[in-house]
Design a protein around this ligand. Structure first.
Ligand code: NAP
Length: 342
């Protein structure tokens, strides 16, 4: 954080990574603070969201345009409205200085953003919660698990990247739904956290040599809902354990993001999908955007009564963002990783 309000510090994606992402793919630069043009609002970044998908956007077009070398690194933020070029713009957007908005202007301290691309946040409690349980992360878990997975009490729900941002909320929602919950994560420490802190019935590390055997042992009744954050070998194992009529919620493929050569899908597709009558369905969080206010209220109530907890992993300062993303890929986070910018 420069603290200098005339300067805008930015983190650029210097070049697209070949193979594994490291911090050398990024560089910082300082430019003049932008002046808002017609219809634009000047915002100051408070928190940046560090997401597994940040790396996927470097692989090519996804649900958004691919990133290119020289771009300001893309990413969502919670930002504060500072001013506009005219009062009409703020009025039409229903904003006043000091309001908090969701903005997609990337890794920089300041941005002049068209008012119509800002979403006002009705701040409830801690601001950072609007990036974890009350924000896009929480909505992803709600939409994916409840609308697509449709768990029923007593069923077994398996969750990969279970200690991560989306995963930990899915685990908590599955518990609230009365399900048996099995988590998969990348270390014995995370597995212990999943059981002791998050309330998973069991957790298995996908790095164990006998991963499939260990997973099968903790799913004696098979799996009814698999919430797939990873793809790869964990998806392959889950397919073998699915019960008849099971649901696979395809949320993301984090095991295949940090490479220029993603692996093909697992064996057993489509054979196991056919014989087990599985429903395998992908989604993007925006599919559930209209329900966001209602989900936010549900999550706020659940936070208040203690049935839901916000697990956040906050890193300090804009310059720490590249390292925070590289480390996320390596599994360094527990819960939602954020960068506190100002
Ligand atoms: P996150 O889970 O907080 O962080 C990513 C985690 O992935 C890491 O902590 C790491 O934990 C795990 N991981 C890394 N490499 C792995 C590998 N090779 N195999 C298995 N696990 C690996 O990140 P997130 O932002 O919440 O994203 C989770 C998933 O949700 C991603 O696939 C993302 O694309 C998806 N997502 C989808 C939507 C949507 O709209 N569909 C929206 C948001 C997020 P370990 O220590 O356990 O390895």
């Amino acid at each position: 954080m420069t603290g200098d309000t005339a300067t805008n510090r930015q983190i650029l994606l210097d070049h697209l990574p070949q193979g594994r992402l490291d911090e050398s793919s990024f560089r910082a630069q300082e430019v003049a603070r932008p002046e808002p043009g017609p219809g634009q609002v000047l915002v100051r970044t408070r928190y940046l969201s560090i997401d597994a998908a940040n790396r996927a956007w470097m692989q090519g077009a996804t649900y958004r345009d691919a990133l290119a070398g020289g771009d300001v690194m893309a990413g969502g933020s919670l930002s504060e409205v500072v001013t506009s070029n005219d009062a009409v713009t703020l009025n039409e957007a229903g904003l006043v200085p000091g309001d908090i908005v969701e903005s997609d202007h990337g890794w920089q301290e300041w941005a002049a953003v068209p008012a119509k691309r800002l979403t006002k946040v009705d701040v409830r409690g801690e601001l950072s919660h609007h990036m974890s349980v009350l924000g896009v992360t929480g909505l992803t878990a709600y939409v994916g698990l409840l609308q697509i997975g449709r768990p029923v009490a007593g069923e077994t729900v398996l969750v990969s990247a279970a200690a991560g941002a989306v995963g930990n909320v899915v685990v908590q929602l599955a518990r609230i739904a009365g399900c048996k919950v099995i988590g998969v994560a990348g270390s014995p420490e995370k597995c212990a956290w999943l059981v002791d802190e998050l309330g998973c019935d069991a957790a298995v590390s996908y790095r164990e040599p006998s991963f499939f055997k260990a997973l099968k042992a903790v799913c004696p009744d098979g799996v009814d809902v698999y919430f797939d954050n990873t793809g790869g070998t964990i998806l392959g194992a889950a397919l073998s354990l699915m019960n008849l009529g099971g649901r696979i919620v395809c949320c993301g493929v984090v095991s295949q993001y940090d490479t220029s050569n993603p692996e093909p899908g697992p064996r057993g597709v489509p054979g196991l999908i056919v014989t087990k009558r599985l429903r395998v369905e992908g989604f993007i969080v925006m599919d559930g955007w209209d329900d966001h206010p209602e989900r936010c209220t549900e999550a706020t109530d659940a936070l208040a009564d203690g049935s839901l907890k916000a697990f956040e992993d906050v890193v300090e300062g804009l310059d720490a963002a590249p390292g925070a993303l590289v480390d996320l890929r390596a599994g360094g986070n527990v819960g939602k990783r954020l960068v506190h910018v100002s």
